[in-house]
Design a protein around this ligand. Structure first.
Ligand SMILES: [Zn+2]
Length: 299
């Protein structure tokens, strides 16, 4: 539900990480040299395109090459994310995870915005990460995309392992420039009660409603977002109760009293996410809070 963006400088460092990795055999030559000598003419794309091409480029490669390398041990052995058989290079998953943990700020799951997936310092002083890396395009069918940056979505265990499996969800990856979930799909309660006399979770519905199209219905269904957010309706109740205590007149008074703007007072009360779109990934439920704050006429 939250868009993933990778900066150019990050792409270059990621490319180096993989391209400079050394093979176990073949005099330990670098991945890049091996690829250029043995695979580039076969696949027809540069290693940069494969590793750091944007999501649209990956779709083009996927369409062109299809699933014909699904059982190709040569390609699987090189683009070796987490398998340990017949390898040309040891599995790269731990190296990639450590790199992302050090170089990227990863806070919440990009698929659901429910779980924190941050890194943390454990008691022995080592950093550990709380994320899994989902392959948006299935690495079993398309092994040549197993190490592609735009195919790796930092996500929680529930989304990655329990729900998504190898679904392709209409090719709507959060790393795609087409991905527009936040704009098109909003949390709605359809509250009709003007006085906000809503105290019970059964008094209202909470659903993700898509406008203008039906593109994201599979996404919502596969990650079971409506079902999973149902459990978190208490967040909405908390906001409604607070809004009852702080109607616009009270917010105006507080702004005067504290010499802040009304916007600042609202942020102090309801969280900074209600006016900021580009920090939604930072905290769980930030999209829910932002969307509901619109229904409560806060933003
Ligand atoms: Zn998730």
């Amino acid at each position: 539900m939250i868009k993933v963006t990778y900066q150019d400088s990050f792409k270059s460092s990621y490319y180096e990480l993989i391209a400079d990795s050394r093979l176990q055999k073949f005099e330990r030559i670098k991945f890049e040299a091996y690829y250029e000598n043995h695979l580039e003419s076969k696949l027809g794309y540069s290693l940069w395109d494969i590793l750091c091409g944007d999501y649209e480029k990956l779709l083009e490669i996927k369409t062109k090459l299809g699933t014909k390398y699904r059982k190709d041990t040569h390609i699987k052995g090189l683009f070796n994310f987490d398998k340990t058989k017949n390898v040309k290079i040891s599995k790269l998953q731990p190296k990639i995870a450590t790199f992302m943990q050090e170089e990227l700020e990863i806070d919440t799951c990009y698929y659901c915005n429910i779980e924190f997936i941050n890194k943390f310092k454990s008691s022995n002083g080592e950093y550990k990460n709380g994320f899994t890396l989902d392959h948006f395009i299935d690495k079993g069918n398309y092994p040549y995309l197993a190490l592609s940056l735009y195919n790796l979505i930092p996500s929680c265990y529930t989304c990655n392992s329990k729900l998504k499996h190898s679904s392709e969800i209409n090719n709507l990856s959060p790393s795609s420039s087409r991905f527009n979930f936040d704009f098109k799909v909003k949390f709605k309660t359809f509250m009709k009660n003007e006085n906000l006399q809503i105290d019970n979770e059964n008094d209202f519905e909470l659903i993700l409603k898509e406008s203008f199209s039906n593109e994201y219905q599979d996404y919502i269904k596969i990650f079971d977002l409506n079902g999973r957010y149902e459990y978190h309706k208490y967040k909405v109740i908390e906001m409604i109760r607070k809004r009852r205590k702080y109607p616009d007149s009270r917010i105006k008074e507080l702004a005067k009293l504290t010499e802040k703007t009304e916007e600042e007072v609202k942020q102090d009360l309801f969280g900074e996410y209600i006016f900021e779109d580009d920090i939604l990934h930072k905290r769980p439920f930030s999209k829910l809070i932002r969307d509901i704050s619109k229904e409560l006429d806060l933003s």
